[in-house]
Design a protein around this ligand. Structure first.
Ligand code: G4P
Ligand code: NA
Ligand code: NA
Length: 190
C-alpha cells in the first residue's frame, strides 16, 4: 500500500535492526485519514469473502480494525490482555508469549462475541513472530468460527511469524512488508 509505505518512510524511526517506531500514526497518535484508507484496503483485499466479524487485540489493533468494520458494516471484537472487572466468565482464553518483551499474557474474548456461525478476519498492527496472531487464531478456533484470513498493517518479513503461519495455510494480507531495518534504513519487499 503506497500511502502507508510513504508514511513509514517519512515518519517511521528505526530503533534497531528489528524494531520500527511508528507512534506518530499507529501506536500512540493515530492518523484517522490513513486508518480509513487502511480499513478500505483490507476490505478490498478480502472482498472475495463474506466477513461477519473483525477480530483483533488491544490496543494498537483497534484503530485499523474499527475502520475495516465501518467499511464492511461488521462488528469489531478486541481480545483483552488484562483481566477485566466485568469480563469474568464464559471466556475463551489463550496464552500469548512476546519474545520482544519476554513476557506471557493471557488474552481473552467473551463467548458472546465470537460464535460458530462467524466468518472472522483477524487484524493486527504488527506481525513479528506471530504469537499474537496464533493466540487470536486459537480463540477463533475455540469458538468454532471460520477464519477467512489475517490482515496486517506492518509485517516484519525478516522475522518468522508470517512464513510459519502461511505454511500452515493461513491467508495473510500485509499492507507493508519490511525486508530489512539494517543500517537505520527501512527496506520493503517488492
Ligand atoms: P508477535 O505477536 O508477532 O510474536 O510479536 P511480539 O511479541 O514481538 O510483539 C509484542 C508487541 O510489540 C506487540 O504490541 C507488537 O505489535 C509489537 N511490535 C513487534 N514488533 C514491533 C516493531 O517493530 N515496532 C512496533 N512499533 N511494535 C512492534 P503490544 O505490546 O501488544 O502493544 P499494543 O498493541 O498495545 O501497541
Ligand atoms: Na503493537
Ligand atoms: Na498489536
Amino acid at each position: 500500500m503506497k500511502l502507508l509505505k510513504e508514511k513509514i518512510e517519512k515518519e517511521g524511526q528505526v530503533l534497531s535492526d528489528t524494531v520500527l517506531k511508528v507512534d506518530s500514526f499507529l501506536n500512540h497518535q493515530i492518523d484517522p485519514l490513513l486508518m480509513k484508507e487502511i480499513g478500505d484496503e483490507f476490505a478490498k483485499r478480502f472482498s472475495d469473502q463474506i466477513i461477519t466479524k473483525v477480530l483483533t487485540i488491544e490496543s494498537s489493533g483497534i484503530a485499523p480494525s474499527t475502520f475495516l468494520g465501518l467499511t464492511l458494516g461488521a462488528p469489531v471484537v478486541f481480545a483483552r490482555k488484562r483481566k477485566s472487572l466485568t469480563l469474568t466468565d464464559n471466556l475463551y482464553t489463550s496464552k500469548v508469549h512476546s519474545f520482544t518483551k519476554n513476557e506471557t499474557n493471557e488474552i481473552s474474548v467473551s463467548n458472546k462475541f465470537i460464535i460458530a456461525d462467524d466468518n472472522v478476519v483477524i487484524i493486527d498492527d504488527f506481525l513479528a513472530n506471530g504469537e499474537a496472531l496464533k493466540g487470536l487464531i486459537d480463540i477463533a478456533n475455540q469458538a468454532g468460527a471460520t477464519i477467512v484470513g489475517a490482515g496486517i498493517v506492518i509485517e516484519k518479513g525478516f522475522q518468522e511469524g508470517g512464513k510459519i503461519l502461511r505454511e500452515q495455510g493461513l491467508r495473510i494480507e500485509s499492507l507493508a512488508n519490511i525486508k530489512s531495518l539494517a543500517n537505520g534504513k527501512v527496506e520493503f519487499y517488492d
